[in-house]
Design a protein around this ligand. Structure first.
Ligand code: SF4
Ligand code: SF4
Length: 175
């Protein structure tokens, strides 16, 4: 059986592929581009994601990162993500339409959400959003949460305490 970090990486490859495919599918309505970073914000991530990103950064010799406290996400540099290849899963979903079970509506139902800069010229009544053209963020979170649970339990067996989430900025403490 794959360990939790490998499972996380497998999930990551799948999300990356799906996000790229969805970006292509909606290319006419998506204006995301390098230098646009209004969606970036300082994040905390599950431990499995944190330690996987840490390993990847070390393996890629990205050990001299800086973190700018004055920016919405401290890893931005000249409006570009300085850890783009290792960015967290949630950052891969920026811009593409995501579907989720909306519990803020009177009746529990699925809603679709996307960045307000995208789909500005689209006739949204003409677009049928379904599982073929959206990313199901609930499914993604549930899979990630399960993998993280395995990771945390394994560490517990080894006598290691693990916080529920870890701020991404803490990567610098370990590099
Ligand atoms: S990690 Fe990168 S993509 Fe994610 S919020 Fe920060 S700068 Fe943006
Ligand atoms: S999601 Fe929005 S803010 Fe983020 S890169 Fe795309 S257009 Fe820009």
């Amino acid at each position: 059986m794959k360990n939790a970090i490998e499972q996380y990486r497998q999930l990551r490859r799948r999300v990356e592929k799906d996000s790229e495919a969805l970006s292509k599918l909606h290319a006419d309505n998506i204006v995301c581009a390098a230098g646009c970073c209004d969606c970036c914000t300082n994040l905390s991530v599950f431990p499995v994601e944190f330690y996987s990103l840490l390993e990847t950064l070390k393996a890629n010799n990205q050990t001299k990162l800086s973190f700018n406290e004055d920016l919405p996400c401290g890893f931005l540099k000249n409006s570009l993500c300085s850890i783009y290849q290792s960015r967290p899963l949630i950052c891969m979903s920026h811009g593409i339409p995501i579907v989720f079970l909306n519990d803020e509506l009177e009746e529990l139902q699925y809603s679709v959400s996307f960045c307000e800069k995208n789909f500005t010229h689209a006739d949204l009544d003409e677009i049928e959003f379904d599982s073929s053209n959206t990313l199901n963020i609930d499914e993604l979170n549930s899979e990630l949460s399960q993998i993280n649970c395995d990771f945390v339990n394994k560490r517990k067996e080894e006598g290691l305490d693990t916080p529920e989430r870890i701020e991404l900025r803490r990567l610098l403490d370990f590099l």
